[in-house]
Unconditional design. Structure first.
Length: 559
């Protein structure tokens, strides 16, 4: 067997996630594109990131904004051309930045030629690339509910045959049981790696194995359906596929892989992220989804900082036992972190820098989602029609059918819609926030007159500059080795709403304390404090052995 590469460069990296449709539009059609991204590489280099993860840019009918791919080998013309992609890889490389693409191989688009051929000729090999089943007494083959609503089964016109889709009906699931299909997928994974790609973010990968009995389960709701996770998330037998995927693709390159892997219990984590695991790291949703019930965000739940702390530390410790993790506050499926974690009236430079410090110095590779570094917030949408996102429309309907008023349903969408993070990037205070000369495909947040890059890049006291400082501290300071390789030790949990931890390497350590209270917290530190490495306030009040942290103050101490 080939020796596993020793150079795990991603452990020293900071990743920046781009939602290409909303980042920068170069040709005025209202849609962000690759040339736009290329024009902003200097900005990203100035911030200090090493890796860019691009949400899908392959050819797609865009039912789910690119997560429905109709040709894995072509860049969608909305975003540019294959040449633009190669140019982006080269231009990024000049700046020591690697590019990750999004790998969506649980499903394709219904407009992929494989699917079209499968429908045209049920005897062709392509019919086995997807999952087709006969209906039962005029009903779908089973009662599983798809993630974007309704049955996972879509009936094929004028027949009793159905095809399976975990997500929208425009996203038919690929049949991983079929060896030919798997080989096709490995080829395309390698195709882009050969082009010099740094690796992949792997979409919805824990859904690829289905319980082959396809049996119905007792319903969990009054729609008589049951969450499809019971039969298609992290099912027995998935290991074989993931191992094969890794061996036939990733293992041959020194590439970084980060998997979206919901439903992996901590007891299985080792298989995923250990040195011989399927991926370099996975995203853990246990604490970022603490405000919703079973991933269905129309059902909100109350939560507290102490609970966030408990779940986050659990995740850190479980990850440390077996491998490496991914750190994030936001992504294209989440609302903005300031709105989620900080009460509205308390959103400020202090609370934003505190939140940044809190997650950035944990153990793992930090991800910054576009706009997070300037404090972009949720957007106010005035009606359901203003939303584009397919899942927002579904959750809105589900909220209404659960008996909520239109007003409350809209309020829920404003709080949790994925469009909150997809509004155009705010470059300046001009028309469309400098994102496009044309008409933007999605609403631009009104607050771009205050929250924008131009206001922050040259201001040493801006959130942007603070992120820069955090990145430097992580990557090129005398504490880098502690931050990258040190052990994680949660501490000070006797203080409510304070998230504090140590990072310890041999006989050196740092202590990170974040006061989520909007009142002072007086904290007794038992160790000798050698130095204040970073604070988001000019003052740090010390009274004897006690450190008095102001509301939303965050400090990093050498102990
Ligand atoms: C993942 C993506 C999400 C997409 C879904 C279906 O969860 O992050 O944006 O809608 O997969 O591909
Ligand atoms: Ca464009």
């Amino acid at each position: 067997m080939k020796k596993k590469t020793e150079n795990k460069w991603w452990k020293n990296s900071v990743v920046y996630q781009i939602y290409p449709k909303s980042f920068a539009d170069s040709n005025g059609d209202g849609i962000g594109d690759l040339k736009g991204i290329i024009s902003k590489l200097d900005y990203l280099q100035a911030l200090g990131v090493d890796v860019i993860w691009l949400c899908p840019i392959y050819k797609s009918p865009m039912a789910d904004n690119g997560y429905d791919i109709s040709d894995y080998y072509s860049i969608d013309s909305q975003f540019g051309s294959n040449e633009d992609m190669e140019l982006l890889i080269k231009e990024a490389e000049k700046r020591n930045i690697k590019i990750l693409m999004d790998l969506v191989i649980n499903h394709s688009s219904c407009e992929h030629e494989w699917f079209k051929k499968a429908l045209e000729d049920p005897n062709s090999k392509y019919a086995n690339y997807y999952i087709f089943k006969e209906g039962i007494n005029g009903n779908p083959p089973n009662n599983w509910r798809s993630i974007f609503g309704g049955s996972v089964w879509e009936r094929i016109e004028e027949s009793n045959k159905y095809y399976f889709h975990t997500f929208a009906k425009e996203q038919p699931d690929l049949n991983w049981e079929c060896e030919d299909l798997r080989e096709e997928l490995y080829n395309l994974v390698n195709y882009w790696l050969e082009k010099g790609l740094g690796g992949y973010r792997i979409d919805a990968i824990t859904f690829i194995k289905k319980d082959q009995s396809f049996k119905s389960f007792p319903s969990d709701n009054d729609d008589e359906l049951v969450d499809c996770n019971v039969g298609c998330q992290n099912q027995i037998g998935i290991n074989k596929f993931l191992k094969e995927l890794k061996e036939k693709t990733f293992d041959k390159y020194n590439c970084m892989t980060v998997a979206e892997a919901p439903g992996v219990p901590y007891s299985d984590l080792k298989d995923y992220i250990s040195d011989d695991g399927y991926f370099s790291m996975i995203f853990d949703f246990s604490y970022t989804d603490l405000d919703v019930v079973d991933g269905e965000w129309y059902k909100a739940r109350k939560w507290e900082i102490n609970e966030l702390r408990e779940l986050m530390f659990k995740s850190q410790l479980e990850t440390e036992k077996v491998g490496w993790g991914a750190l994030y506050l936001e992504n294209h499926d989440q609302p903005r972190s300031l709105d989620k974690y900080i009460p509205k009236e308390d959103i400020s430079y202090e609370s934003a820098t505190m939140l940044a410090t809190m997650y950035f110095l944990l153990r793992g590779t930090p991800f910054i989602y576009q706009g997070q570094e300037i404090g972009m917030t949720n957007c106010k949408f005035n009606s359901i029609e203003e939303f584009d996102d397919i899942s927002t429309h579904d959750q809105y309907k589900r909220a209404l059918s659960a008996g909520l008023s239109e007003e409350s349903a809209l309020e829920i969408c404003n709080r949790r819609s994925r469009d909150n993070s997809r509004t155009p990037f705010q470059w300046n205070d001009k028309k469309n926030a400098g994102f496009t000369e044309g008409t933007s495909w999605l609403k631009v947040n009104n607050n771009h007159n205050i929250i924008n890059v131009e206001n922050q890049v040259n201001d040493e006291n801006s959130l942007f500059s603070y992120y820069k400082r955090l990145i430097k501290l992580r990557k090129e300071s005398e504490y880098s080795d502690i931050i990258i390789s040190g052990k994680i030790e949660p501490c000070l949990i006797e203080y409510d709403n304070v998230i504090a931890y140590k990072r310890v390497l041999d006989n050196r350590a740092i202590l990170v304390i974040n006061n989520f209270n909007n009142s002072e917290s007086s904290i007794k530190i038992n160790e000798y404090v050698k130095k204040v490495i970073l604070s988001n306030k000019d003052e740090l009040l010390v009274q004897g052995l006690k450190y008095v942290l102001e509301p939303y103050q965050s400090v990093v101490l050498e102990i």
